[in-house]
Design a protein around this ligand. Structure first.
Ligand code: BES
Ligand code: MN
Ligand code: ZN
Length: 501
């Protein structure tokens, strides 16, 4: 657990194990460092000069205060060039510091307004987010790890002016919830697939919203059949575990059409009869990362009281091969009446999302829809792991998402949704095929398939297959499943709410 607070306190008198002082590149004679140098009796300047610390993005310098301050250590942390600075730099720096908090339990962070008019509030939220995310570990299944369980850690943001306190406390709360929700999405995706089955995901969701006024509805397979969700049921039929569509409704405003968030929740994707090769197949436990992002974003939206109607829809199922599984060549009928020829049972995400999107349009009367899914391996081929793909039928919605992506550090890159891609999905037998035989433009054809289920409703699709997993621990990223999309969706929804908290 991380405890985050704001205090009006000076560097020398804050009660902590370490005091973190952020420093911009080549700004070594700032008022902050001059004060610190005086506290250290002039020794700081020569220590910095001798160390090679310049304030570059990854620079860190630890100094022992030797009784000159209440905290035993001061850490100068580089933020890079002031002209290039953004809030994500702060998140990364705070994420690095959080790793030190494994041994040092109490961290104080000296806060001040940033360049380019960046308010202290935004900085407070970003530092808190980065710190909470950077300290994440998934060690629930490591029974013999001596290092296990970090216990409680505290982060104190230190400010000079008492009049700032209220606004900052709100932003720290917000940052903490955003960070914790990303960690929740990571937990859900990292959990082994024999424990994270659809019923368990539902249980977690119910626990999360127990003390809130949200409405939770669960569509089981019987009810799904009643709605005619043949595509969703087709995927589910190969698995021994029950499949569900989990729906969460946040309705602070009477009568207004909701924003609908749809998340792919395949709790394990073996590929089905079109079975995947063995290499890294275990990563497919995280094929419910879209649903995890939606649930986690909902946690923020509801708990910060965003004044806007939102519905979350999470189709949850395994994709397994069995005697009862969907076959290549089978034809299923989706909720919107479209017949789909199954070319490849590994293109299962679009099948369950197709029904979920049709439901969002017909039953939820969606004002606009954003879906998020680990949909195609082709997305990594196209853009690597530096961004997720975004496609859709409404450019200003896409632009909004791209902007929020930049601010949250969850970059999006737009890919085309040309009409011609529909030709790739022509079927000789049914209205549409679930995959193209040629396999060209995989991410675009995946999105083109989904577009067939949204009608004229404004819609954007986020393909997070490329960013599902962090290859290593760096900044606020922790090796393992990334929790991608939770903060992005939460911030995008909150940007449209008239009032938050
Ligand atoms: N869940 C996978 C996509 C994926 C791959 C996510 C790697 C994360 C990492 C998806 O269901 C899938 O198998 N897609 C196929 C689509 C193809 C059969 C048209 C793919 O990407 O190969
Ligand atoms: Mn698949
Ligand atoms: Zn999948």
């Amino acid at each position: 657990m991380v405890h985050c607070t704001v205090q009006v306190v000076s560097m020398e008198s804050v009660d902590a194990d370490i005091v973190v002082v952020p420093v911009f590149e080549s700004e070594l004679s700032s008022p902050r460092l001059t004060t610190l140098n005086t506290i250290f009796g002039g020794y700081l300047k020569s220590a910095v000069a001798g160390s090679g610390f310049k304030g570059k993005e990854t620079d860190q310098l630890t100094l022992y205060s030797l009784g000159k301050m209440r905290a035993s250590q001061v850490v100068l942390i580089g933020l890079g060039k002031k002209s290039k600075f953004d809030t994500d730099g702060l998140r990364k720096a705070a994420g690095e510091v959080a790793k030190k908090a494994k041994t040092l339990k109490h961290v104080a962070w000296i806060l001040e307004a940033g360049p380019k008019g960046l308010a202290q509030e935004g900085i407070a939220s970003a530092v808190t987010e980065g710190f909470v995310m950077g300290g994440y570990r998934f060690d629930r299944y490591k029974k013999g790890d001596k290092d296990k369980g970090r216990g409680d850690v505290s982060l104190t943001l230190c400010v000079a002016d008492p009049s700032d306190l209220n606004g900052l406390e709100v932003m720290v709360k917000r940052g903490q919830l955003l960070g914790e929700s990303t960690n929740l999405a990571r937990d859900l995706a990292n959990t082994p697939p024999n424990d994270m089955m659809p019923d368990h995901f539902v249980k977690v969701a119910k626990g999360l919203f127990k003390k809130t006024s949200v409405e939770i509805e669960i569509i089981d397979q019987k009810k799904a059949a009643h709605y005619g969700m043949g595509a969703f049921l087709g995927v589910a039929q190969g698995s021994k575990s029950d499949a569900y569509i989990l729906i969460i409704r946040h309705r602070p405003k009477k009568g207004a059409a909701p924003i609908v968030l749809v998340g792919k929740g395949v709790t394990f994707d073996s590929g089905g009869i079109s079975i995947k090769p063995g290499k890294a197949m275990s990563d497919m436990k995280a094929d419910m990362s879209g649903a995890a992002a939606v649930l986690s974003a909902m946690n923020v939206i509801v708990k910060l009281g965003a004044d806007i109607n939102v519905t979350a829809i999470m189709p949850l199922t395994e994709n397994m091969p069995s005697g009862g599984a969907l076959r290549p060549g089978d034809v299923v009928t989706a909720m919107n009446g479209k017949t789909i020829e199954i070319i490849n049972t590994d293109a299962e995400g679009r099948l369950i999302l197709g029904d979920a999107l049709a439901y969002a349009v017909r039953e939820e009367n969606a004002a606009k829809i954003v879906d998020i899914a680990t949909l195609t391996g082709a997305c990594s081929v196209a853009i690597g792991d530096l961004a997720a793909g975004v496609l859709g039928n409404h450019q200003s919605l896409i632009d909004e998402l791209i902007k929020v992506g930049r601010e949250t550090g969850e970059w999006l890159w737009q890919l085309p949704l040309f009409d011609g891609y529909l030709d790739y999905l022509k079927s000789d037998t049914a209205d549409i095929a679930n995959a193209s035989e040629a396999g060209k433009a995989g991410t675009c054809t995946g999105a083109k398939f989904l577009e067939q289920f949204v009608g004229s409703t404004h819609w954007a699709h986020l393909d997070i297959a490329s960013v599902m997993k962090c290859p290593n621990t760096k900044g606020y990223m922790v090796k393992g499943m990334s929790g991608a999309g939770a903060r992005l969706l939460a911030e995008w929804v909150m940007a449209q709410a008239a009032k938050v908290i």
